[in-house]
Design a protein around this ligand. Structure first.
Ligand SMILES: Nc1ncnc2c1ncn2[C@@H]1O[C@H](COP(=O)(O)OP(=O)(O)OP(=O)(O)O)[C@@H](O)[C@H]1O
Ligand SMILES: [Mg+2]
Length: 364
C-alpha cells in the first residue's frame, strides 16, 4: 500500500503527517554518532530513543549508526544545523527525514512485531518543500535525493528493537515553504476552498523557521515571482546568542537550541547553577527576542510598502509562535495575523499538495 505523506524537512524539527493519521510525528533535526549505549531503563516511547543505522544510495557515508532527535539532544557531541547548511543537500537532514518516515510507517503497528531480522517495507508518495531562495536551483536535486529505496534499522529503540524498515519513496512533490502553509489555511482536508479571501486574494506570508525566513507573496494561490523573497535568518541565531550570553553571564551551558527552546516554551526561565544558586534568564531572552521581532516587523513593512496590493499578512512558522508577543509589540498599529500550531502549517500544506497532485487515479 502506498501512503501519501507530507514531510517538512525543517532545520529545527522534521515533521511528518501521513494521510489518514491525525497526529504529526515531530523529530528534532539533531544527530549524534551512535554507540552501544547503556540502557538502564528503557524509554517509554520510541521517539525518545531513535538509535538507528541508515543506508541510502544518496548518503555520502553509509551504514553509520546515529542517535537521532531527542536521544541526540542531550548528547555532548550532537550536531545541529548551521546557516550554511542547505537542506536540499544535507546528509544530516536526510538521515533524520528517513528515520522519521520509517518510524511514521511502522508506528502503531508494533504489537504484531515481525520476527527479528525481517524487513518491513513502507512505500510513500510525499509532498515536501524548500525555502523561496533555494527552490528554483535545488528542487530537482532535492526530489532526486528523496526518491528511491532507503533502509533504516532500529537498534536499541524501545518497541522497535532490531526492526529493519525499507523506506521506498516513489514520488516527491517539492513546493515552497510558506506558500504550502497558505494552501493549507485556505482549504479543507477535502481540498475544497475553505476561505475565499485567502484562496482568491493577494496574501503576504512571513514564515519564520530556524535558519530561514520566507516571504512568499501569493495571489489567487499562485506564487508571485517578482515579490516573493527569502532571508537567510531565523530564530536559531537568536537562540545561539542567548546560549552564549547565558554561558558568559552564569557559566551555564545549554547543550542544544532544542533544550533552550523547550525551557522557553514552558516558561521555565530559571536555571539551576552549581552550588544551589539560581539565575533568571528572562531578561536575556527578552532582549534577543525583541530584537528578532523588530527585524521581522521591519522586513514585513518593507515588503508591504513595496507591494501595496497585499491585503493581509500572516506571520507563521515556529518563529511566529516563539515571538508572537514581541512581534505584536513591535508592530504597533500594523495588523498582522497569526494562527495556532503555526510550525505545522507547512507540513499539512505539503500533504494537501501531494494529495491534489497524486490522488487523481490517472496520476498514479
Ligand atoms: N510552539 C512553539 N513555541 C515556541 N517556539 C517554537 C514553537 N514551535 C517551534 N518553535 C521554535 O521556532 C523555531 C522555528 O521552528 P520551525 O519548526 O518553524 O523551524 P524549522 O521549520 O525546523 O526550520 P526551517 O524552516 O529553518 O527549516 C525553532 O527554533 C523552534 O524551536
Ligand atoms: Mg520551516
Amino acid at each position: 500500500m502506498i501512503r501519501l505523506a507530507g514531510i517538512d524537512v525543517g532545520n529545527d524539527t522534521i515533521k511528518v503527517v501521513v494521510d489518514g493519521i491525525n497526529e504529526p510525528v515531530i523529530v528534532p533535526n539533531v544527530v549524534a554518532a551512535g554507540y552501544e549505549r547503556l540502557v538502564l531503563q528503557e524509554e517509554d516511547s520510541p521517539l525518545k530513543a531513535l538509535d538507528v543505522m541508515v543506508y541510502s544510495p544518496k548518503l555520502a557515508r553509509n551504514n553509520q549508526r546515529y542517535f537521532v532527535g531527542t536521544l541526540a539532544v542531550e548528547n555532548e557531541d550532537n550536531v545541529e544545523l548551521e546557516e550554511t547548511d542547505n537542506k536540499a543537500l544535507s546528509d544530516q537532514s536526510l538521515v533524520v527525514a528517513l528515520t522519521t518516515l520509517a518510524y511514521a510507517g511502522v508506528a502503531g503497528q508494533s504489537q504484531n512485531v515481525p520476527s527479528y531480522n525481517s524487513t518491513d517495507e513502507v512505500e510513500y508518495i510525499i509532498g515536501t518543500g524548500l525555502p523561496v531562495r533555494t527552490y528554483s536551483k535545488f528542487h530537482r536535486t532535492f526530489e532526486e535525493r528523496l526518491i528511491g529505496e532507503h533502509e533504516v534499522t532500529f537498534l536499541t529503540t524501545p518497541q522497535l528493537r532490531g526492526r529493519r524498515v525499507k523506506v521506498s519513496i516513489r514520488r516527491a512533490l517539492v513546493s515552497i515553504e510558506g506558500a504550502a502553509a497558505l494552501f493549507h489555511m485556505a482549504t479543507y482536508d477535502s481540498l475544497q476552498v475553505k476561505d475565499e479571501e485567502l484562496y482568491y486574494g493577494c496574501i503576504g506570508i512571513c514564515e519564520m523557521g530556524a535558519l530561514t525566513t520566507d516571504f512568499p507573496v501569493i495571489k489567487r494561490m499562485s506564487i508571485d515571482n517578482q515579490f516573493s523573497s527569502g532571508e537567510q535568518m531565523g530564530l536559531a541565531s537568536y537562540l545561539d546568542a542567548i546560549i552564549r550570553d547565558v554561558e558568559d553571564s552564569y557559566g551555564y551551558r545549554f547543550p542544544s537550541r532544542t533544550k533552550l527552546i523547550g525551557r522557553i516554551r514552558n516558561r521555565q526561565y530559571y536555571i539551576q547553577r552549581v552550588g544551589e544558586g539560581r539565575a533568571d534568564i528572562k531578561p536575556i531572552v527578552d532582549m534577543y527576542f525583541s530584537r528578532a521581532a523588530q527585524r521581522i516587523v521591519d522586513l514585513i513593512k518593507k515588503k508591504w510598502n513595496k507591494y501595496q496590493d497585499i491585503e493581509c499578512f500572516y506571520v507563521i512558522g515556529g518563529g511566529a509562535s516563539a515571538l508572537k508577543p514581541y512581534i505584536l509589540d513591535a508592530a504597533g498599529p500594523i495588523k498582522l495575523r497569526f494562527v495556532d500550531d503555526s510550525e505545522l502549517q507547512n507540513v499539512y500544506g505539503y500533504l494537501k499538495l501531494a494529495k491534489s497532485k497524486y490522488n487523481q487515479p490517472a496520476a498514479i
